[in-house]
Design a protein around this ligand. Structure first.
Ligand code: C2E
Ligand code: MG
Ligand code: MG
Length: 778
């Protein structure tokens, strides 16, 4: 034990072991945290998916909505391209035919002939060498001009979208072709001529119109070979769009994931294929801005997170409240209010845990008892009793025994659970040290055995599987602490266990005997009591015997004690009384007139209906009350002198005789003999045996007889074994004699034979063949 700890701290520490309050709260906390984290992840994924889906649907709808227009436009564009290409082909034919001889005048004619606005042939240095429009001759296209771009591109032909003529400002559709000899030919058709087609041909307008839709940042129209045919910005036309290096999804591109591996982007390209006459004519690339969506996702995530955090806090609060409530309930259930120690329920719990542990610790149980506690409490008051208990608990804890936990086990008992102790000897030393933990009043001078605590100890070996077994055995050990106070403790051992087993079997047999009195499990032996002068049989003492299935011989003192301890004495006593009365009835029937002396336990006398029970038994058997003598010991008077004496008076009034058995051994008082309703005093064997060993001077047996006579009572001497004892007693005037000298206890049959030849002492007469008499005379 560490320093004095409060129970609360102990519980807190112990709660780490068995699965209880603290553990459960931790688990709930973990579950709630996990659940809410998962919920957060799932919800945020859900939100993102929802927005992505929406975005994709919008892009698809947009593409789908424009697909028709785009198809038309592309078709128109193709017609125009074809037109221009035809014109370019014609001009190229002319150039090939005429070679260097072709003049600007020729071009004018050709232009009229093929109905084009403009035909220009560029010289090597990039200037217009020949043209149907005179003022254009010599014009050099500036940098980044579409013509210059074409010249530099190396392409064989190209058609511009309709644009203004750089010089005149008219809208013209231009086409370019590169001749085999490197000359560049440019053909321009007045846009007005193409009026019908222009509208549809303006792919660029269409793409720009698409920009007006939400989240659309740019739109490109690309060919199957990824060449940008047109773009909403008008830039990049003719460039080749790089291949997507990896499959990227809109979901990844948005970003904001907890486990996002891909770098988030500002735009995402949605590809929508364009089909013309069932042929793939390229793709519409819609560049969607992700910013709005990302912001919306973030916004919603934030709200969800706030809600979940609030839920989490609420759950924490609930767990905390439940935890403290359960803790309080635990304290109520497991704390001893007075000493603040854990109680026996908690001990059982801890013990169960320890017994189920694998591997198990080396553990011992020590039951601690406070001698005379009830008496002290009665004498000094309840409050004082409480103070004593608290002080003992404090004193024991102050010893700081390593590995030990103290529990309040019952009213005046504590239990100590010691883990990983060194040896049995160390436990002994510990108990010696603990024994003086009992507080003493100043100047209190009482016997040592009342000044020390007593202990029952048990080493809880592997054989113990259940708590109950260990607790019973430690109590057995406590039960075996010797009253002499030599050692204040007893360890449980196998012999104790054997004793308990024997007690249980005897108890079982007694119960069967009570349920079936005719089975003769309990039967009677009869010992003659003779008149000291005539030596005629005056009476028989009925002595109970047991015919045990399990043991050869069970002494009456043993089974009577077990019956008394286990609440069987009253029914058993009644059976014995009835059997004894049967004996008298049978002897009457045979013409003998003897009394029967029946031993009665204190417990029987104290029964409320004892007198009426005796009365009923007498009536039932038809035996005269004066033929019955009840033997009671002096201890009967200890519990309630007046009540017992009153009952004896009532029995006497009936005519029943009363004898005090074993006189002289207990709390004998001659003074009381006068007022007691008794007829006979049976002087204990102790005073008879001494006749043979002590000198006449030292002997007080004769004095006892005299004294008893003075009160007008008869005397019986029991346990006479020698002639010397008989002679002494006869001389001393003892009225009746009983002992092996006359006869051992006999069976009913042999008792009758004994009466017949009462003067013949036959040592060979035994009560039953095969069953040894209890060896009192060996
Ligand atoms: P107890 O009533 O004092 O009985 C006398 C005991 O002394 C008997 O022992 C008897 O056999 C024994 N005894 C008689 N003569 C001699 C002798 O010369 N030498 C020696 N050494 N012993 C002698 P038992 O039968 O073993 O009974 C022992 C005690 O058991 C009885 O003492 C009595 O207290 C109790 N007991 C026996 N039967 C009953 C019963 O039916 N009811 C009750 N309540 N107690 C009974
Ligand atoms: Mg007796
Ligand atoms: Mg006796």
């Amino acid at each position: 034990m560490k320093k004095r700890r409060t129970f609360r701290r102990q519980v807190d520490q112990m709660f780490r072991k068995p699965r209880d309050v603290g553990f459960l709260s931790k688990v709930s906390l973990l579950l709630v945290t996990t659940f809410l984290c998962l919920a957060l992840i799932m919800i945020s994924r859900g939100i993102k998916k929802h927005f992505v889906k929406e975005l994709e649907i919008n892009a698809n709808n947009l593409a789908f909505g424009y697909n028709h227009s785009l198809t038309k436009t592309v078709e128109a564009s193709n017609v125009v391209s074809q037109l221009i290409n035809e014109k370019l082909e014609i001009i190229s034919g002319f150039i090939s035919n005429y070679g260097q001889g072709l003049t600007s005048e020729d071009l004018k004619k050709i232009a009229l002939m093929i109905s084009v606005e403009e035909i220009d042939i560029y010289g090597d240095s990039g200037e217009i060498r020949l043209s149907n429009v005179d003022e254009y001759i010599g014009w050099i296209p500036p940098d980044n001009h579409p013509v210059r771009n074409f010249i530099l591109s190396g392409a064989t032909s190209h058609i511009d979208p309709i644009r203004d003529n750089t010089i005149t400002g008219h809208a013209v559709l231009y086409g370019y072709a590169r001749m085999e000899d490197g000359q560049i030919v440019q053909v321009g058709i007045n846009a007005k001529v193409l009026q019908n087609l222009i509208q549809e041909f303006e792919v660029n307008d269409l793409l720009r119109e698409m920009l007006t839709h939400n989240n659309v940042e740019y739109v490109k129209y690309i060919s199957a070979s990824r060449v940008i045919l047109d773009s909403s910005s008008g830039e990049e036309i003719g460039n080749v769009l790089p291949e997507n290096s990896q499959e990227e999804t809109l979901y990844d591109a948005i970003g904001i994931g907890l486990f996002q591996s891909v770098q988030p982007k500002d735009y995402f390209d949605v590809y929508e294929p364009v089909y013309i006459n069932g042929q793939n004519a390229g793709d519409l690339v819609i560049g969607i801005s992700l910013e709005n969506t990302r912001n919306a996702v973030k916004e919603l995530n934030r709200s969800v997170t706030v809600v979940l955090i609030m839920l989490y806090l609420a759950a924490l609060l609930m767990i905390h409240l439940l935890n403290s409530k359960n803790r309080k309930l635990s304290y109520l259930a497991y704390e001893d209010e007075l000493t603040k120690l854990p109680n026996h329920k908690y001990l059982r719990r801890i013990l169960r845990y320890e017994l189920n542990k694998s591997p198990r610790d080396k553990i011992a149980l020590v039951l601690i008892d406070i001698p005379r506690f009830t008496r002290v409490t009665i004498a000094r008051g309840y409050e004082k009793g409480n103070v004593i208990l608290r002080t003992i608990a404090k004193n024991i804890e102050a010893l700081n025994i390593p590995g030990a936990e103290l529990f309040r086990y019952s009213d005046e008992k504590f239990m100590m659970l010691i883990k990983n102790y060194d040896s049995k000897e160390s436990l002994m030393g510990m108990m010696d040290a603990l024994s003086s933990a009992i507080p003493m009043e100043d100047g209190e001078n009482i016997e040592k055995r009342f000044r020390t605590l007593t202990f029952g100890a048990l080493e809880v070996t592997e054989k113990y599987r259940r708590v109950g077994e260990a607790l019973v055995d430690v109590m057995i050990a406590m039960d075996n602490v010797k009253e002499d106070g030599a050692k204040p403790y007893a360890f449980f051992d196998e012999a104790m266990e054997e004793r308990i087993k024997r007690e249980n079997l005897i108890d079982k047999e007694l119960r069967t005997a009570i349920e079936n009195p005719h089975e003769e499990i309990i039967y009677l032996a009869f010992q003659p009591i003779v008149d000291s002068r005539s030596e005629n049989v005056a009476a028989f003492e009925a002595l109970a015997r047991m015919n045990s299935k399990y043991y050869d011989f069970v002494p009456p003192l043993e089974f009577i004690e077990i019956a008394e301890k286990n609440g069987l004495m009253v029914p058993l006593g009644q059976i014995i009384l009835e059997k004894a009365l049967d004996f008298i009835k049978n002897s009457d029937d045979q013409g003998y007139s003897v009394r029967i002396a029946v031993n009665i336990s204190a417990i029987q006398v104290l029964q409320e209906n004892f007198v009426s029970m005796v009365k009923k038994a007498l009536t039932k058997s038809g035996v005269k009350p004066s033929d019955l003598e009840l033997e009671i010991t002096e201890t009967v008077f200890l519990s309630n002198y007046d009540l017992v004496n009153r009952k004896l008076g009532q029995l006497k009034e009936l005519g029943v005789l009363i004898a005090i058995d074993d006189f002289g051994t207990g709390y004998s008082s001659f003074a009381r003999l006068k007022e007691l309703h008794v007829d006979t005093v049976k002087i204990d064997q102790y005073f008879i045996g001494r006749i043979s060993t002590l000198s006449p001077k030292e002997l007080i047996t004769g004095d006892i007889i005299n004294m008893v006579h003075k009160f007008g009572l008869k005397t019986v001497a029991e346990g006479i074994e020698t002639q010397k004892e008989r002679d002494y007693l006869r001389d001393a005037g003892c009225d009746f004699l009983q002992g092996y000298l006359y006869s051992r206890p006999l069976s009913e049959e042999k008792s009758f034979s004994y009466i017949k030849c009462h003067s013949i002492m036959d040592d060979n007469i035994t009560i039953e063949s095969g069953k040894a008499e209890n060896g009192m005379l060996s």
